[in-house]
Design a protein around this ligand. Structure first.
Ligand code: SF4
Length: 270
């Protein structure tokens, strides 16, 4: 691997080790900063802006007290790789590796490309959680470096997609079709959001797209939760979802069965 690859700089806001929800096996998740969408339910609101921010959060040594934490830092591929490689024995035993998440990695394509290249050259399996909301040329530039694309398909209706995320879905769906046509390994992931996409008809439409049009074998449905609420407070932002409850187990089972009726294998959770 060339020195230039190691020294490519990018902006991240977190690295989480030992994740079992974002791709196969045990994984290290690298969270890149910046996203073009503004989903109302986003549980990582600190990921959205490119700017480095500060967020109030409980002081671990005195939970009643708040401390201000800086969100985001500029780093290099080499620095991240050092952390990633610490867990290589776990990846090997579990079939895991590294997952780029965010935010949206496609907002930093040169950094994502260098990081994926470095992982590949060090024998680390790669996955990318993505909205695919970018020019096809950007997606294509990473295609050969990603073992598994975890693709968020949030809604088949473009206007409703725009209302809840600020962006229409045509580019996303076109990129998903193009990736499938190129034989990329993809798993569709759907956040199940009350008032947005939690009806059988809406989930069935996404599952049909994934199974019949994209030819995929697997999808995941992820129940909405309010775990990001405190982050909005810490950022001084209003929580856009109000008091909406999470879908209960029976609702998620119903929706899973609706998706599975298309022929696709559908799991609840990551
Ligand atoms: S695409 Fe993901 S990171 Fe971006 S706003 Fe939506 S939920 Fe948040």
């Amino acid at each position: 691997m060339g020195n230039e690859t190691y020294s490519v700089r990018g902006r991240i806001f977190d690295i989480q080790k030992f994740s079992v929800h974002d791709g196969p096996g045990i994984r290290t998740i690298v969270f890149l900063k910046g996203c073009v969408l503004r989903c109302r339910w986003c549980c990582n609101p600190e990921s959205q802006a490119w700017d480095i921010e500060s967020m109030l959060q409980p002081d671990p040594s005195s939970p009643d007290r708040k401390i201000r934490k800086t969100i985001g830092c500029d780093t290099t591929v080499g620095e991240i790789l050092q952390t990633v490689l610490q867990d290589k024995p776990y990846y090997r035993r579990s079939g895991g590796g590294v997952t780029l998440s965010g935010g949206e990695s496609l907002c930093q394509p040169a950094f994502a490309r260098a990081l994926l290249t470095a992982c590949r050259e060090n024998g680390v399996n790669t996955a990318m959680e993505t909205t695919l909301c970018a020019e096809w040329e950007t997606v294509e530039s990473l295609l050969s470096l990603v073992d598994t694309f975890l693709v968020d398909i949030k809604h088949m209706d473009s206007e409703k997609h725009r209302t809840f995320t600020t962006q229409p879905n045509e580019t996303i769906l076109a990129n998903a079709r193009a990736l499938a046509a190129r034989g990329a390994h993809m798993i569709v992931r759907v956040p199940v959001i009350p008032t947005f996409n939690d009806t059988p008809a809406e989930l069935h439409a996404i599952a049909s797209f994934a199974y019949e049009e994209l030819g995929l074998e697997e999808m995941h449905i992820l129940p909405y939760h309010k775990l990001g609420y405190d982050k909005y407070v810490g950022l001084g932002r209003e929580y856009p979802m109000g008091d909406l409850p999470s879908p209960d187990k029976a609702r998620m089972e119903l929706l899973r069965n609706v998706c599975a009726s298309t022929g696709i294998t559908c799991h609840i959770g990551g």
